[in-house]
Ligand binder design. Structure first.
Ligand SMILES: [Zn+2]
Length: 178
């Protein structure tokens, strides 16, 4: 995290209005873990606050490592929304977009991203737990993949819940992380 003297750019801070959507993302992440999938969930919200689509990770249940919810929402938006509707929509997600999903988000022209937990936090948790498996992708941030996109997050209390779900997914023999 960095700080400087400039005021935050529009859309780059998490507001009270964002929290219900982020909580829904964490619920979807919990549903994913219950189904044996990685704990990630995402919600696509229109400019009027309407939930347009939602999904959760389905990598393990489909055997397809590209079945990230953010990628699914980008495809859904490409099929169902006009370009201006995509640009004014917000994607909420339990964990910051990976470079694949950030690229899909950028290609279909979706708007703001708000995440509950950051990719950096996820890397820190893996280090804390001694997980050595690495991603096949470079750890590019959303802003590096899609320059100029407003991005907000993380939210500490929700990030802790995501951390608990990650731990539970990695330790399925233990019934509850918290
Ligand atoms: Zn992804």
């Amino acid at each position: 995290m960095t700080t400087d003297d400039r005021p935050p750019a529009p859309g780059t801070t998490v507001t009270e209005a964002d929290l219900p959507y982020l909580r829904r993302c964490v619920e979807l992440a919990a549903e994913a873990v219950a189904a044996g999938d990685w704990p990630f969930g995402s919600v696509l919200v229109g400019v009027d606050g309407t939930v347009l689509a939602e999904d959760r990770n389905r990598e393990s249940s489909t055997g397809d490592p590209t079945r990230h919810p953010e990628f699914e929402l980008a495809r859904w938006a490409a099929l169902h929304l006009a370009p201006e509707e995509r640009a004014s929509a917000t994607v909420y997600t339990s964990g910051e977009h990976c470079p694949m999903c950030a690229a899909a988000h950028g290609w279909v022209g979706l708007g703001r991203i708000v995440y509950a937990s950051s990719a950096r936090q996820a890397r820190d948790w893996k280090a804390e737990w001694g997980v050595t498996a690495t991603s096949p992708l470079s750890p590019l941030t959303v802003q590096e993949v899609v320059p100029g996109l407003p991005v907000a997050g993380p939210v500490p209390e929700l990030a802790e819940r995501v951390k608990g779900l990650q731990w539970r997914f990695r330790n399925p023999e233990v019934s509850e992380a918290d």
